[in-house]
Every structure is written in structure tokens, then in C-alpha cells.
Ligand binder design. Structure first.
Ligand SMILES: Nc1ncnc2c1ncn2[C@@H]1O[C@H](COP(=O)(O)OP(=O)(O)OP(=O)(O)O)[C@@H](O)[C@H]1O
Ligand SMILES: [Mg+2]
Length: 443
């Protein structure tokens, strides 16, 4: 008998039972029915020894596509393409490849540790086999999936395909520092069991700080590309309350980077505490005076520092693993120490002005040059000047086709000399101002 015949045979037995049962339900009093029901279940397990588990394709309050269903579909894709007659095709990876899965009511057989299993619309065995299916299916999913860049408007995420080409190779930075970050990231992504064994949620926080144009956003994209994670770009000012913030977090998926750019500007997180202290002080002084309860700006967003701290660590353990959270800021000193302590922001990475090591990476990327007679001049000028990698990159950008390395390097040297001159003048002015204010103070 083929599996289909066997199922059909069993199906007809069960069908007869069902028919008899329907008559029982109509004609027997409820107490007798309860009594018979118990035995009916026993008899049913005897003739039909299979367990049925149904995986709905869409689940949850908002009917999101079930991860389990997708994993199963992926897992069965290779057997489906050889065994099933009718297949469903889905285009993945930015229209570059096609994944086949079995169509409804098709049947596919699978072997697991010597046991034969059949998948139709849902007959299967539980236990290790399912774990095996999910693990394999998810791995295929990770490999195939089009990565996404999510942004929030209010408490809802919307997404576009994430296709940023940034990577660590092209990131201008000292090689040792770069290696350290790459090692840290890859160690994290492989440490599921370790995190479980030490009882910590599988997440890691990075704080990227430095002046504008030093590559903070570029590094976030490079991190996502290295680990093949999605990015959730959280716009805190659009989140109206702590509850909304929590909801957004719960909807993020595993294998993702949640990034809050310019955290110092996103919210008056440092101010909120200070404001409260100030208010308490004022109230002590004059308890009867009426004050507006809420500041006008806090009406728009009432996300608080404690709300954000809960967002980072409170709920993490409850909602699965493998998440990285990144804050970027231009002003590290503006941030509340509670926000960036170790355990929340585990690794603090400074992205700074362009030094010679970083320049060499840019020269290699933009001009395909490993060495040049002007490099020594540039090296000296870079030591004496603060210039961002973004500025250097702009000068190295070819202005004609094909690019002319010689001209690019010349304009860079000019720009460096000019910047050096400006910085010198500014320093002189600053010291003059300082002196005059000292004088005034003395007078
Ligand atoms: N370290 C770097 N390596 C390679 N390219 C860089 C680097 N820093 C800046 N760039 C170039 O400059 C541009 C701006 O960089 P990016 O947006 O990453 O800066 P940022 O630090 O996020 O700035 P901001 O603080 O203003 O957000 C990028 O498109 C990138 O091409
Ligand atoms: Mg940025």
C-alpha cells in the first residue's frame, strides 16, 4: 500500500466512526454521551495511531506569516521539488533566485533517523524531528532571505529591502581595531549556548560615538552585512509612549540589529532626570505654586529614560535571541551613564578623525593605490589636522571618468593644508578670547 492508500483506508474507517458518533450525539442523553466519549477517544487512538499537528500559515493578532510555517516550507523545498507534482514558486534574494515549495494537498516523504514521514497538509511526528525541521528550515531561510531595513512610524514597522553595500573591508579604520570588532561580532553570533549557560539573554549592545562623518552609520550597515542580520532603525521621536516602545521591540525578529541613531538628540533623556530634580526642588521651595504638569515637548513623545532602559534589558530575555542594539551619538558625554553602562552597551567604539591607517584603506578603495610618493606628505598632514573620513573620501572620489589618482591626491593635499591653516587660525582666536575673558575676570 502506498502511504496515500493507507491514509485513504484509515480515513474511511475514521469517517464511519464519525458518522456513528454524529448519530450518538443526537440520540443519547448527555451523561451517557460523556461516558461514551472517553471510550471513543481510546478506540480512535487504537485504529488511528497518528498525531496531527497543524501549523497555520498566518498567526498572531496581526496575522503575521508564521516563522514555523516558513521554516517547514523551506525544509521541504528540496524534497518537494523532486517528489511533488504541483509546486509553488517564490522569488527570493532580490529577484535573483527561486524557491520551490509543495502546493496545497501535495504529499512529500522524508526520512528521519530511519523513520519514514509524510507531509501533506499536515501529518507528521513530533519531538526531535520537528526540532530538526525547524533548525534546518531556519538555516535555509537565513541563507535565502532578502534582508530588510525596518523603520517605525509611530508604533508600526514598515520595511524596504536592505541593500547597503558597506562592509568591513572598505571601512576606513585601523586594522587591529577592525579585527577586534569583527571578532566580537562573530563570537557573539556563535555563542547561543554560551549565553544560555551563563543565564544571559543573547544580545549585545554597541555604542558608536564620534564626530559627524566618521562612519558610524556605515559601520552599522557593515555589521548587518557581516552577520546577515536585518536592521530595525528605531526613530525614538516618533514613538509616543513606553508602551509603544515595548510593542515595537516585541515585533522585532531574531537575527537583527536595532539601531537608535543620534541617541543624544532623539530624546531629552538626560534632561528628563534633571528636569524632574529641578521640579522637585522648586516644589519644595513653593509647594502651592501651580506648574504645568507636562512640558510641551514631552507631549509628542513620552518615552522616558527608564522606558528605554527597560526596552534594552527588561524584556529581552522574554523575546528570543540574537539581537544587537546599537546607539550612535556625536556627544558621548551628553548621555546618561545608566544608558551606556556595561551590560547595556557592552562595547564602546570610538570612530574618530581620519588617520593614516584609515586613509590607506580609502586610497585602496577609491584609487586602487597601495602606495604613492605623496603618501608621506599626507601622513604628516593627517597627524596635524582633524579631517573626517567622509571629507577624505569626497576628495578621493573620481571627478572624471576614468578617475585620475594624481589629481585626487593633489586636491586632498590642498584641502588638508587649507584645513590645517583654518584650524591654526581658529586655535589662535580661541586662545585670544580665553586670554581676554581671563583679563575681564581679573578686572
Ligand atoms: N570610516 C569610514 N570608512 C569609509 N567610509 C567612510 C567612513 N566614514 C565616513 N565614510 C563615508 O562618509 C559618508 C558618511 O559617513 P556616515 O554616514 O557613516 O557618518 P556618520 O558617522 O554616521 O555621521 P553622522 O554622525 O553625521 O550620522 C559615508 O557614505 C561613507 O562613504
Ligand atoms: Mg550617521
Amino acid at each position: 500500500m502506498t502511504p496515500t492508500d493507507r491514509f485513504a483506508h484509515l480515513g474511511s474507517i475514521v469517517g464511519s466512526f464519525m458518522f456513528v458518533w454524529a448519530i450518538f450525539q443526537q440520540f443519547f442523553p448527555s451523561r451517557l454521551r460523556e461516558y461514551l466519549e472517553k471510550y471513543f477517544q481510546r478506540v480512535l487512538t487504537y485504529v488511528y495511531p497518528y498525531i496531527q499537528i497543524r501549523f497555520n500559515e498566518f498567526t498572531g493578532e496581526r496575522l503575521m506569516r508564521s516563522e514555523a510555517y516558513t521554516a517547514i516550507e523551506n525544509y521541504l523545498s528540496s524534497s518537494a521539488s523532486t517528489q511533488a507534482k504541483r509546486l509553488k514558486a517564490e522569488v527570493v534574494k532580490n529577484n535573483q533566485s527561486i524557491v520551490l515549495s509543495m502546493d496545497d494537498h501535495e504529499e512529500v516523504a522524508d526520512d528521519f533517523k530511519g523513520i519514514k514521514l509524510w507531509w501533506t497538509s499536515g501529518e507528521l511526528i513530533i519531538g526531535p524531528y520537528l526540532n530538526h525541521v525547524f533548525k534546518e528550515g531556519r538555516a535555509i531561510n537565513v541563507k535565502n532571505r532578502q534582508r530588510k531595513l525596518y523603520t517605525n512610524s509611530g508604533s508600526y514597522w514598515s520595511h524596504v529591502v536592505f541593500e547597503h553595500p558597506a562592509n568591513f573591508q572598505t571601512l576606513a579604520m585601523e586594522p587591529e581595531k577592525k579585527k577586534e570588532i569583527i571578532d566580537d561580532l562573530t563570537t557573539f553570533s556563535q555563542a547561543e549556548e554560551f549565553y544560555a549557560s551563563i543565564g544571559r539573554a543573547w544580545k549585545r549592545g554597541y555604542l558608536l560615538y564620534g564626530p559627524p562623518g566618521t562612519g558610524k552609520s556605515t559601520m552599522v550597515a557593515a555589521m548587518a552585512n557581516l552577520l546577515r542580520y536585518d536592521i530595525y532603525d528605531l526613530e525614538l521621536t516618533a514613538v509616543r509612549s513606553n508602551t509603544e516602545l515595548r510593542r515595537l521591540l516585541i515585533e522585532t525578529s531574531s537575527k537583527s540589529i536595532i539601531v537608535i541613531e543620534d541617541i543624544d538628540c532623539s530624546l531629552d533623556l538626560t534632561g528628563q532626570r534633571k528636569k524632574k530634580e529641578k521640579r522637585e526642588e522648586e516644589e519644595k521651595k513653593d509647594p502651592d505654586e501651580k506648574r504645568p504638569k507636562e512640558d510641551s515637548d514631552s507631549k509628542a513623545s513620552q518615552v522616558t529614560l527608564s522606558g528605554l532602559l527597560n526596552f534594552i534589558d527588561g524584556l529581552w530575555s522574554a523575546c528570543g535571541g540574537e539581537r544587537i542594539i546599537v546607539f550612535t551619538t556625536n556627544y558621548m558625554e551628553k548621555l546618561d551613564p545608566a544608558l551606556i553602562r556595561k551590560g547595556r552597551m557592552d562595547k564602546h567604539i570610538e570612530l574618530s578623525f581620519c588617520n593614516f591607517e584609515a586613509f590607506k584603506v580609502l586610497a585602496k578603495n577609491y584609487l586602487k593605490l597601495e602606495s604613492h610618493h605623496s603618501f608621506s606628505t599626507i601622513s604628516r598632514l593627517l597627524e596635524e589636522t582633524n579631517i573626517t573620513p567622509a571629507d577624505v573620501a569626497e576628495h578621493l572620489m573620481p571627478k572624471t571618468l576614468p578617475g585620475d589618482a594624481e589629481t585626487s591626491l593633489k586636491t586632498l593635499i590642498q584641502a588638508l593644508e587649507q584645513a590645517k591653516e583654518e584650524q591654526k587660525l581658529k586655535a589662535e582666536e580661541d586662545s585670544k578670547e580665553e586670554k581676554s575673558s581671563d583679563k575681564e575676570a581679573k578686572e
